[in-house]
Design a protein around this ligand. Structure first.
Ligand code: ADP
Ligand code: MG
Length: 341
């Protein structure tokens, strides 16, 4: 961008050159950072996703650059994971209040460390001045006959989640209350919020096994509600089966942990469905990529997401799912039902 007031400073090109222009190692990148547009040889079905993070909205003001750099890539990779896509390229739109070299160096470090883990290349972007906000656009390859969508689930399918739930909400609670305990549980929970792990390998392993998938960004009840709506089914979640980490259980009472597991956002685990006959194959495929998985419920005829404790219907926690422009998703549900109504 080059109109008056819209560039960061005469430094803009220096910033791009210093922090973001990297030599491509991918022969399919024909033109990378530095021209008017990047050019890539895509070939085949391509998944495309974009996510924005605004300081003070999606992460606390003053968050360290490396966490912001890691997180913006992680949340986008999580969207690709939920489609069963192999991430390939991305572009980065960065709005900065000023040129803070130590923040930028940390941002680039967090960003490129995760990018290297997943073989993703930054091929372009935009750099402007304004309140801190970061937008990433990612492209990934999918097998067009085995795309994971939200809409493929059927009545009778099992509901599974990867990893553990509620940790990121607990981590955000610790970060925003300035609780900087040095114990291992504090460190684990904070890092689950600050530097989430996108389940890319799991998404790819679930191609052809899962009937539907979504990533848990807004809370299990809200996101499973989206899957149910798209698939035209209802869900029953057995709350005693929710996977809670030892760290979450160590620092917080059980009911609080359970509420966060149902309604807390930012875990970036995968919630997916599959016919019960595929249980063994799923366990096998996810063990091969070292991804824990837990069956947490089942789909049935109807609408919405219902919670059960030891087989008995129970009212879900009242708040569920972050919405920027509306009420929380569960607030509009009826007792015992939430999300997807
Ligand atoms: P234009 O004015 O043509 O939009 P820019 O000055 O915005 O060009 O960008 C110059 C080059 O640097 C382009 O190739 C663009 O894709 C790249 N670029 C700009 N900002 C970033 C960034 N934050 N990360 C990666 N590449 C960037
Ligand atoms: Mg530009």
């Amino acid at each position: 961008m080059n109109r008056n007031g819209e560039t960061v400073s005469p430094d803009e090109f220096g910033v791009i050159e210093r922090y973001f222009a990297r030599k491509s190692e991918d022969s399919r990148v024909i033109v990378g950072v530095g021209d008017d547009a990047a050019v890539v040889e895509i070939g085949g079905a391509t998944a495309v996703a974009t996510d924005t993070m605004v300081s003070g909205v999606h992460f606390p003001d003053g968050l360290a650059g490396d966490a912001v750099g890691h997180r913006i890539l992680a949340v986008n990779l999580s969207d690709l994971a939920a489609m069963g896509a192999q991430p390939r390229w991305c572009t980065l739109a960065l709005t900065l209040p000023d040129v803070d070299h130590s923040w930028l160096a940390a941002f680039a470090h967090g960003f490129f460390a995760l990018a290297a883990e997943h073989g993703v290349e930054l091929i372009g972007g935009d750099t402007t001045r304004g309140p801190l906000s970061v937008t990433l656009h990612v492209l990934g390859s999918v097998d067009r006959d085995r795309i994971l969508t939200r809409g493929g689930a059927a009545t009778g399918d099992d509901i599974h989640v990867t990893g553990t739930l509620g940790d990121a909400a607990a981590g955000l609670d610790l970060v925003s209350r300035g609780r900087s305990g040095a114990g291992n549980a504090h460190v684990v929970l904070r890092s689950r919020f600050l530097t989430p792990t996108p389940r890319v390998a799991a998404g790819i392993a679930l191609r052809g096994l899962a009937s539907a998938a979504i990533d848990v960004s807004d809370g299990l009840l809200a996101d499973l509600g989206h899957l149910c709506r798209a698939s035209g089914c209802a869900a029953s979640v057995d709350v005693e089966r929710l996977p809670l980490s030892p760290e979450l259980q160590e620092l917080f009472p059980n009911r609080k942990a359970e509420t966060w597991a149902l309604t807390g956002g930012d875990d970036y685990e995968l919630c997916f469905t599959a016919p019960p006959s595929r249980q063994r194959a799923i366990e096998h495929a996810l063990a091969a990529c070292e991804t824990p998985v837990r069956r947490i419920g089942r789909l049935h005829v109807g609408r919405g997401v219902h919670c059960r404790r030891n087989g008995q219907s129970m009212a879900p926690p009242v708040t569920s799912g972050y919405s920027h422009f509306g009420e929380s998703v569960a607030a509009s549900g009826t007792a015992g039902t939430c999300g997807g109504e």
